[in-house]
Design a protein around this ligand. Structure first.
Ligand SMILES: [Zn+2]
Length: 98
């Protein structure tokens, strides 16, 4: 059913005159301070007014990828923390009741 829609296109909800065709575009989104570009992202694009509607399933999967709590660490993350041995030792502190 989805394949049929992809082949014929769907009428544009914006201009009512154009047909939205399924194609792969470059998706842009912001992740905090970083602009993320996703090539070959599935979307519906109107051939008259140029309106874009992104594939809901693909958006969902992208959000899972971009979500830091999803469990997959991103390989691009750099860590500057260096593990040093702590010279301080834990001392038992004597209490001074006054
Ligand atoms: Zn349109």
């Amino acid at each position: 059913m989805v394949d049929d829609l992809q082949a014929r296109g769907i009428p544009c909800s914006e201009c009512q005159a154009g047909i939205m065709h399924y194609r792969k575009i470059t998706y842009l989104t912001w992740l905090n301070e970083d602009l993320i570009t996703v090539p070959d992202f599935p979307a519906w694009v109107c051939d008259v007014c140029g309106r874009r509607e992104y594939d809901g399933q693909a958006i969902f999967q992208l959000n899972l990828l971009l979500n830091p709590t999803a469990g997959k660490p991103t390989p691009a993350v750099r860590k500057h923390r260096i593990n040093k041995k702590k010279p301080q030792q834990k001392r038992p502190r004597s209490t001074h009741p006054e």
